[in-house]
Each structure stands twice: as C-alpha cells, then as structure tokens.
Design a protein around this ligand. Structure first.
Ligand SMILES: [Zn+2]
Length: 411
C-alpha cells in the first residue's frame, strides 16, 4: 500500500495483538486514527519509536463504576457536593487512561453527561459504554438509601447529568417504565441485579431478585433497541433465572457450578468475573465500607476462582472486569494481575482485549491490533506477559494511544 502524509508508524517494538497469538516483531501504521498496516515499516516514514517495548491493544475494563469514585459511605450518605463527586469522577476517568484502559463499560452509576463530556474531549478518559442506573428490585441489591427513607425518595439523590446509581422497580410494569427512562437518558445496554450483593443493604448473596418474567421484560425492551441485558449475579438460581429470561452476560458469577456453566454455554451467555473489588474490600484500606460488607466478602474470592475454572472448562466466553469502587481506582490493571495468577498473563490480556470487545459488542472497532480497527494501543515499559505486575502499575503503561491520539507518553 502507499504511504500517506498522515501515516504514523509505531515501530521497533513487538506486538501482542489481543488474539492470543505470541508477540511478533512488527510495526503498526496508523492513518486518521485507524490501523492501516501491521507489517515492517518502510524506510523514511514518520515513526514513534517503541524501542523494543511490547505493544498491546488498549485495555478494556468490562465492569467499572466511574460514578462511585468517592469514599463509599460519604457518597452514599450524601455528605459530598456535586462538585466534589464530579471532580472525583473526572479524576477516575483520567486514571483509567493512565493505567492503559482505552475503553470501559460502566455497569452502573453515571448519567449521560459524563459519557458526553469525555467523548467531547473536555475531560481525559476512556471510551465509555454505559447502562446508566442499575435496575433493582424494591428493597434489593443496589439500594443505598437509609432504612427509614421511603423508596420513592431514593431517585431524588440522583444528580441529573452526573450520577444515577439505581432505579427501583416493584413489579414488571415499573421495570418497563424504568428501563425506557434509562434508555431515554442515554444507556446503550441494561444491567439488572438478579441476586443479592456484597456492598450495602440487607440483601444476602443467596437471595434471588426479580422473577424470570420480570427479567424478560428488560430483555424485551433491550432487544427492541438492538442491545442486551447483563446481570449482577452471585448464586446459581439467580443466574439460571436470568439465562432463561434471555440475558447475554453475567457479572461476578461467584458460585457458578457445572450445570449452570453448561446452561450458560448452551445459551452463549458470557461471564465477567470481578476479582479486584473483592481483594480491595477485604483489604479495606481507604475504601470506607461497613464492617458487614467486609464480612459478606469473606470466601467470595476463592469461590469466584473456582467458578472461573468451571466456566473455562465449560468453554464460556470469559471477559474481565475490576468492579473497583471508591477513591482507589488508579490501579485498574490489578484485575489483570490477579487473573494472570489464576490463569496466565496471556489469558488475562485476551480477556481484557478481544473477548471484552466481543462482550461489549465493539469487536469490529476495538480490542485487537489489526488492520481496520481504531488505533487504541498501549506500549509497556516492562513486558506484562513476562511479569504481570506491570499490568497493575500505571507507570508501566508508558505510551497510551486512543483512536490514534497519543493520550499519554512518558517514554
Ligand atoms: Zn459492580
């Protein structure tokens, strides 16, 4: 092919393209934000010198909460101003870029204004796909109001354009109204809580929430808009309800057993395990969560690791999500480091790039370094495939490219 004036070659490094094949010593040509060649650069072209470093696709975090960036109890207790929460959201978005994440899927908490302001380039941040507020059953997981407070007052705590943690539905009709409102406010997929959770409230991990018929209402509304439903789910009964109702993805999946994994496989339902948040809650440092939350998290890590092994054996598509909440979201790549320990650095990279892109429905756009894709790429100071600690250290992501723009360069 010809060499155009706008061509820039990322040259002199090795490329792990996100598909799982071993790194190759090739160069990557970017033209107008798109990858236009992956081959040896011709002589005399404009280059960005990688100096032997490993180049990977920009990382994707399939489970983030940009809208929960402040000390948890202070934020949920409405002690913080909109200005402070906005400052923390934008700082968190910038930290994602600095850690090498060029795309994130926000699984609950931000309102459309945050997506738009990052997309316009007014604030540094990754590409964001958002479900807006999480859909929750009245009294279920995702409600963080005071016990004495009527449920109806909960949405008054949303900050329009900035934060919308969750919407409560008491029945199928309310759920239908709430998901339509959620789409009106810019969501591009839906998330439902179909079991209890670890953080907040009085629900237990063993509870199921929403009925199969209710979940199917959300699936129907999502399908009508050409999109999908993912579910927060820890226990098998809740996951099976959701799979029967037609959801496409399960978050956490803590207790997945063989029968549930094979049901998910039969219906081509993906899994996004979330280890970093469990690790974070158990270490508690700076997170400001209630002691009851720490107690609920006990044993979850080991069970989730077992669910990962069972799901891998069943042949599921397994993505990767950090689920980080609170003020400590600068080491988002910790999820890849933990997954590298449980499987391998290459499997962690593939989950965080091509598989996550597939789960998000953007695999024709991002997630691999190949011709025709948007140029989202990271060069690593130390090879994370050799020492996965590099994934978790933002200082190691020395060059971050988003849509062909160099958004971080500390080489
Ligand atoms: Zn979450």
């Amino acid at each position: 092919m010809g060499v155009f004036l706008t061509d820039v070659w990322f040259a002199g490094g090795r490329v792990a393209d996100g598909s799982g094949t071993e790194p190759r010593a090739v160069d990557v040509c970017v033209t107008d934000g798109i990858i236009t060649a992956v081959t040896k650069a011709p002589a005399g072209v404009k280059t960005v010198d990688l100096d032997g470093r490993l180049l990977t696709p920009g990382l994707i975090d399939a489970h983030v909460h940009l809208g929960v960036p402040s000390p948890i109890r202070a934020q949920f207790g409405f002690e913080l101003s909109a200005a402070e929460i906005a400052a923390d959201i934008f700082a968190t978005a910038g930290q994602a870029i600095d850690a090498g994440f060029t795309t994130v899927r926000d699984t609950g908490g931000i309102d459309r204004g945050v997506v738009d302001v990052i997309a316009k380039g007014k604030v540094r941040g990754p590409r964001v796909l958002s479900c807006g507020p999480v859909q929750c059953q009245t009294g279920g997981h995702g409600y963080y109001g005071a016990d004495w407070e009527p449920t109806e007052l909960w949405t008054q705590h949303h900050i329009p354009g900035l934060c919308a943690l969750s919407l409560m539905s008491g029945n199928a009709d309310e759920l239908r109204r709430n998901v339509r409102e959620t789409f009106r406010r810019g969501a591009t997929f839906l998330k439902l809580c179909v079991t209890g959770g670890v953080v907040g409230g009085h629900d237990r991990l063993t509870d199921t929430q929403f009925t199969v018929d209710e979940i199917a209402v959300a699936v129907e509304e999502a399908a009508a808009r050409g999109t999908y439903v993912t579910v927060h789910a820890h226990n098998n009964r809740g996951i099976r309800n959701a799979v029967r109702a037609g959801v496409r993805c399960v978050e956490h999946g803590t207790d997945i057993d063989e029968p549930t994994a094979s049901l998910m496989h039969e219906h081509d339902v993906a899994l996004v395990p979330t280890f970093a948040v469990v690790d974070q809650i158990l270490s508690t440092e700076g997170l400001d969560v209630a002691p009851a939350t720490v107690q609920r998290a006990a044993g979850v890590y080991e069970r989730m690791a077992s669910a990962l092994r069972i799901s891998r054996a069943a042949g599921l598509r397994i993505g990767l999500g950090s689920d980080l909440i609170g003020p400590l979201q600068d080491r988002r790549g910790e999820e890849l480091r933990l997954r590298s320990e449980l499987e391998s650095p290459m499997q962690a990279l593939v989950s965080a790039t091509s598989v996550n892109a597939n789960i998000l429905g953007v695999d024709e756009v991002v997630g691999t370094v190949r011709v025709g894709m948007r140029a989202d790429m990271v060069a690593w100071q130390q090879d994370p495939l050799e020492d996965a600690k590099a994934f978790a250290d933002p200082k190691m992501a020395v060059l971050v490219v988003k849509g062909g723009d160099i958004v971080k360069d500390t080489r």
